[in-house]
Design a protein around this ligand. Structure first.
Ligand code: ADP
Ligand code: ADP
Length: 227
C-alpha cells in the first residue's frame, strides 16, 4: 500500500480562496517526489495538509494508514519550512533539541539524537553557535537537522532553499539527496524550479493555479543523477 494516500482532496480557506481542488495521489515509501508549479498553485497548502498542519475541506489524506495529523507517533514527519525559522535567542543545540522536548527521552538519549542530527548536516562543531552567527546555508542545515532529530521516515520540504544563493542551493540539494539515500527517507519537495524538481526527484507532480489542480504526474525513470 502507499505510504501517503491523497483522495479527492479540496481545500478552501475561510476567506473563500480555493487553494487545492480534486487532488488524488498515492506516494510510495522511499519515493522522492517534487510538487512543481507557479507561486500560488497550492503546493504549500497540499504539503501542509499532508503534514496535518492544515485540515482538508473535502476528501481524505492518510499517512501510513492514519488520517493526516493523527499518526500514532506525531513526530514521524519532518517538516522544513521556506525560511529556517530558528529561535534567535537559542543556540543551535537548543534549536535542534526542541522537537524532542515532548518525546520523553532521557537527557543522554536526547543529546545523542541532537548530535546525530547535527553530524548529518555537517554542523557537529556548531552546537553552541547562535543563528545570527551562521550563514544562510548553515541556518538551513540547522533547520534540516531539527526536522531529522526525531528520525522521521517522511521528510516534507516547502521551497526550502528559495532564499539561498545558487551555489549554496546546489550544495544543499546534493546533501538532501544524500540524506534521502542514506536514511531511506520518503521526501516531498515543493519547488517552483523545474531544474530542482528534475535534478532531485524521481517523480514530478505538476500543479497549476486557479484553482490548484494536479495537471501532470511524471515519473522520471532512471532520473538524473541516480540509477
Ligand atoms: P483550516 O481548515 O485549517 O481550519 P481556515 O481556513 O479555517 O483553515 O484557516 C485557519 C486559520 O488561518 C484561521 O485561524 C484563519 O483565521 C486563518 N487565516 C485565514 N485566512 C488567512 C490568511 N490569508 N493568512 C493567514 N491566516 C489566515
Ligand atoms: P504555493 O505554495 O503553490 O505558492 P499556496 O498553497 O501557498 O501556493 O497558496 C495557494 C492559494 O491559497 C493562493 O491563492 C494563496 O494566496 C491562498 N492561501 C494560502 N494560504 C492561505 C490562507 N491561510 N488563507 C487564505 N488563502 C490562503
Amino acid at each position: 500500500p502507499d505510504l501517503i494516500d491523497i483522495r479527492d482532496v479540496d481545500k478552501t480557506f475561510g476567506n473563500g480562496t480555493v487553494a487545492v481542488r480534486d487532488m488524488s495521489l498515492g506516494i510510495k515509501q522511499g519515493e522522492f517526489v517534487s510538487f512543481l508549479g507557479p507561486s500560488g498553485c497550492g503546493k504549500s497548502t497540499a504539503l501542509k495538509m499532508i503534514a496535518g498542519l492544515l485540515s482538508v475541506s473535502g476528501g481524505k489524506i492518510t499517512v501510513n494508514g492514519h488520517p493526516a495529523g493523527q499518526s500514532s507517533d506525531g513526530n514521524d514527519i519532518g517538516f522544513v519550512f521556506q525560511e529556517a525559522t530558528l529561535m534567535p535567542w537559542a543556540n543551535v543545540y537548543e534549536n535542534v533539541y526542541l522537537p524532542l522536548k515532548l518525546h520523553g527521552l532521557s537527557k543522554s538519549e536526547a543529546r545523542e539524537r541532537v548530535e546525530e542530527a547535527l553530524s548529518m548536516v555537517g554542523l557537529a562543531n556548531f552546537a553552541k553557535s547562535y543563528p545570527r552567527e551562521l550563514s544562510g546555508g548553515m541556518r538551513m542545515r540547522v533547520s534540516i537537522a531539527r526536522a531529522m532529530v526525531t528520525r522521521p521516515k517522511l521528510l516534507l520540504m516547502d521551497e526550502p532553499f528559495a532564499a539561498l544563493d545558487e551555489m549554496t542551493r546546489a550544495k544543499l540539494n546534493d546533501e538532501v539527496l544524500a540524506l534521502w539515500e542514506k536514511h531511506g527517507l520518503t521526501v516531498i519537495f515543493v519547488t517552483h524550479s523545474v531544474f530542482e524538481s528534475v535534478y532531485l526527484s524521481s517523480r514530478v507532480v505538476v500543479m497549476a493555479a486557479r484553482p490548484g489542480r494536479v495537471v501532470h504526474d511524471i515519473p522520471l525513470s532512471g532520473g538524473y543523477p541516480r540509477n
